[in-house]
Design a binder for this molecule. Structure first.
Ligand code: GDP
Length: 298
């Protein structure tokens, strides 16, 4: 299916790397684990997460007194899945009156993801309103206008250079007045100016809290999967300025290092909620860690 197609690059390189290791060893020894480790790191699963996965695998091998290399394949799949279990106490925002904030640096696919989400929610019968609170770039407002037309949902926008919090104020009140199910806010993500960004997000949060106290809230950080470990570094930086409740990992179709999804979810202990696997409106999928790992090994 779609997930399998979207992960073609990652799977091709990952599976061939794995096959080399599994066919190259008849015994489970230190060299076997070392080469396995290399394949995982090559897929951008990251050193820290890879070590945990290997330790977990070694424990399983020992506990079950496994001697055959082939059996390790399933145990490896299990170990990766276990490593990806995250604390996720969020209830289903899609069935509540919700305000969803997207944050992330320019170019990661934030505006595209807002558009894709809007279109999916609309298709599910939800009333959606968009807020163009990335007032920093005129292009962001234009782009979001296009997406809102494509998705057939309303957009609340301000002027370029205007106060993002004022846009959010208008959008929240429009959402309430029109009984919208989901308000999705596109925000500016200037990480290089952390203090300003933090102040801006705080101000936006205060307005949502004051104007729409009953709304269920989600804050998603959008990360570009092709940037590998850099995406993980960005997730860490954003978690210092905002209470991130989920991750949208984009452009997984464009990388052979899709293992970054495993690294991020494991190291941040924040759930990846959606993955982007293409440029089209339908190329955003709800993320299911188990299905993702299975797709990598197909
Ligand atoms: P923003 O600056 O973060 O708002 O990023 P944009 O939404 O403008 O996206 C930047 C570029 O990435 C655009 O060319 C998008 O079409 C592209 N893009 C976004 N998501 C995906 C994805 O999942 N896969 C691919 N291949 N391209 C994507």
């Amino acid at each position: 299916g779609k997930l399998i197609d979207g992960l073609t690059k990652t799977r091709d390189s990952f599976v061939s790397g794995l096959e080399n290791v599994f066919s190259g060893f008849s015994e489970i020894d230190d060299d076997f684990y070392e080469e396995l480790e290399e394949v995982l790191i090559m897929a951008d699963i990251g050193v820290a997460t890879t070590e945990k996965i290997i330790e977990n695998l070694q424990a399983k091998v020992k506990e079950n007194k496994i001697k055959e290399v082939a059996v390790c394949r399933q145990l490896l799949i299990d170990s990766i899945k276990e490593q990806m279990r995250v604390h996720d106490d969020a209830y289903d925002f899609e069935n509540k009156k919700s305000v969803v904030m997207l944050i992330g640096v320019n170019g990661v696919g934030k505006t595209t993801s807002v558009g894709k989400l809007a279109s999916q929610f609309k298709a599910d019968g939800k009333k959606v309103i968009l807020a163009a609170a990335d007032t920093f770039r005129a292009a962001a407002i234009e782009q979001l206008t296009e997406w809102s037309n494509r998705a057939g949902v309303e957009l609340i926008a301000g002027q370029e250079g205007g106060d993002p919090a004022a846009v959010v104020f208008d959008a929240v009140n429009a959402a309430k007045a029109r009984n919208a199910d989901i308000l999705i806010c596109d925000t500016a993500g200037r990480l290089h100016n952390k203090k300003n960004l933090m102040e801006e997000l705080k101000k936006i949060n205060r307005i949502v809290e004051r104007e729409y106290p009953d709304a269920y809230r989600e804050t998603f950080v959008v990360l570009d999967g092709t940037t590998g470990q850099n995406a993980l570094a960005q997730a860490k930086q954003f978690s210092q300025v905002a209470d991130i409740t989920g991750i949208i990992l984009t452009k997984l179709d464009g990388t052979a290092k899709g293992g970054i999804a495993i690294a991020i979810q494991s190291e941040m202990n924040i759930p990846v909620k959606y993955i982007g696997i293409g440029e089209h409106i339908e190329d955003l999928q709800k993320f299911d860690a188990d299905a993702f790992v299975d797709a990598l090994f197909e």
